[in-house]
Structure formats: structure tokens, C-alpha cells
Design a protein around this ligand. Structure first.
Ligand SMILES: C[C@H](O)[C@H](O)[C@H]1CNC2=NC(N)=NC(=O)C2=N1
Length: 112
């Protein structure tokens, strides 16, 4: 889909950003801060269940021990399709609050 179409769908996947890499490939990106490394892996397990059910698979990154970052795009078309937005919405629907760092996941509530 075009960047314009993707932008129109963005309100349906709150928390996700529309990003474009150096090659111009559009992707959906979202990051979370988890409590521990192991909880990051648990987060991935939850995402994997959704991905397998959808037959659509995100790129999963666990960076700096507690940053979960996910990119969703469709490799076969080198960009975004409706399936990417469906997967992002389903990831948003996961009950993962107990895995997230309370202090760092919500910057708006930070004192510093
Ligand atoms: C045959 C199978 O459906 C394809 O290989 C799927 C699997 N999951 C996939 N996931 C994503 N994100 N992009 C793809 O192009 C893709 N292709």
C-alpha cells in the first residue's frame, strides 16, 4: 500500500509508528520497556502465538536487556499490507501489562 494509505490506517494501531528505512521500505514499529530480560522473552511468546495464528510474522528485537521492539512489514511485497495492521492491532490486544516496566514504559508519568 502507499504511504498515504498507511497514514490513513495509523489511527487504528495506537502506539505504533510508521517508519521508512533507507531503502524506502515502510514498516510499523512499536517499542515497550519490560521488567526483566525473561519477561521480554515471555512478551515474544505472546506475540508468537498471535503471529502463528495469523500466519504473519513480525521482526522481534530484544535490545539493551529490557527494550522490546517490533517491526511489522510484509517481506513478500517489500512494504505494508493490511495483514501488517491486523497483526499490529492484535499485538495491541495482548494482555502484557504485567510484563512491562511500570517506571519506564510510560514516560509521561516519570518524575525526571
Ligand atoms: C508462506 C507464508 O505465508 C509466507 O512465507 C509468509 C509468512 N509470514 C510472513 N510474515 C511477514 N511479516 N511477511 C511475509 O511476507 C510473510 N510471509
Amino acid at each position: 500500500m502507499t504511504e498515504e494509505t498507511a497514514n490513513q490506517l495509523m489511527p487504528q494501531v495506537s502506539g505504533w509508528d510508521l517508519v521508512k528505512n533507507d531503502c524506502g521500505t515502510l514498516k510499523l514499529h512499536r517499542s515497550w520497556k519490560v521488567k526483566t530480560f525473561t519477561k521480554g522473552l515471555e512478551f515474544f511468546q505472546e506475540v508468537a502465538s498471535v503471529a502463528e495464528a495469523e500466519g504473519h510474522h513480525p521482526d522481534l528485537h530484544l535490545v539493551g536487556w529490557n527494550n522490546v521492539k517490533i517491526d511489522i512489514w510484509t517481506h513478500s511485497v517489500g512494504g505494508l499490507t493490511e495483514n501488517d495492521f491486523i497483526l499490529a492491532a492484535k499485538v495491541n490486544g495482548l494482555e502484557v501489562q504485567h510484563l512491562l516496566s511500570k517506571k519506564l514504559s510510560k514516560p509521561a508519568q516519570n518524575s525526571g
